[in-house]
Design a protein around this ligand. Structure first.
Ligand code: HEM
Length: 191
């Protein structure tokens, strides 16, 4: 896709625009879903209820996927926003031009969403979580990502019912420098 962009529109794009598009495509469209699949697979390996739920009906899968999206919140902060005017939210005054960063992981653990939000509760009724953010820049690929997760995780659980971790959980290493939360590798036994 990037090659096609360069071939067809190369003269219209400068390097910064091309880098921005590549970042949007690879980080935004690929790394996010790939991380959700790997971390979601780890979550189902560590929770037999969740594993069973993935082999259940559509409603069970839907609940489990929404809870995973909320709990894992792989995109941890929304894009930076800049205040257009002075504004006061709760007791905090934000001046015009100030940058505002919103922690989506923090928002997704807000008690306003329900009880024990710091825990993964596989059959929790879907919440109004912010894993895809909110407002005009809300994730454009949200429904595609949901579809991928609702198909791939149940397929994995059905195809490999004896799936299990090949290393002790404490040996797993998680990404430290990426904006998108993820795992470096997930070694598993399939049978
Ligand atoms: C589980 C997977 C995904 C998660 C958790 C996720 C999450 C997010 C978040 C939090 C934002 C920022 C919104 C904001 O700052 O308000 C965003 C933006 C965006 N996402 Fe996703 N995303 C996922 C998958 C995808 C996929 C598969 C695509 C494309 C096929 C995609 C395309 C986009 C685009 C184009 C934007 C920018 C929207 C804009 O600026 O108006 N995302 N995503």
């Amino acid at each position: 896709m990037l090659g096609r962009l360069v071939r067809r529109h190369g003269d219209e794009l400068d390097d910064d625009e091309l880098a921005g598009l590549a970042d949007g495509l690879l980080t935004g469209g690929f790394e996010t879903t790939a991380s959700m699949l790997a971390l979601g697979a780890l979550a189902i390996l560590r929770d037999t209820v969740l594993f069973g739920q993935m082999t259940g009906g559509d409603d069970e899968v839907h609940r489990a996927v929404e809870e995973l999206l909320r709990y894992l919140t792989v995109v941890q902060i929304a894009f930076p926003r800049f205040a257009r005017t002075d504004v006061t939210i709760s007791a905090t005054t934000i001046a015009k031009g100030d940058v505002v960063l919103c922690s989506l992981s923090g928002a997704n653990r807000d008690p306003v969403l329900g009880e024990n939000m710091e825990r993964l509760v596989p059959d929790r009724a879907p919440t109004q979580h912010l894993a895809f953010s909110h407002g005009i820049h809300r994730c454009l690929g949200a429904e595609l990502a949901r579809m991928e997760l609702r198909i791939a995780l149940p397929a994995l659980a059905r195809r490999f019912p004896r799936l299990r971790l090949a290393v002790p959980p404490e040996k797993l290493s998680f990404r430290e420098l990426s904006l998108v939360h993820g795992i470096d590798t997930l070694p598993v036994y399939l049978d």
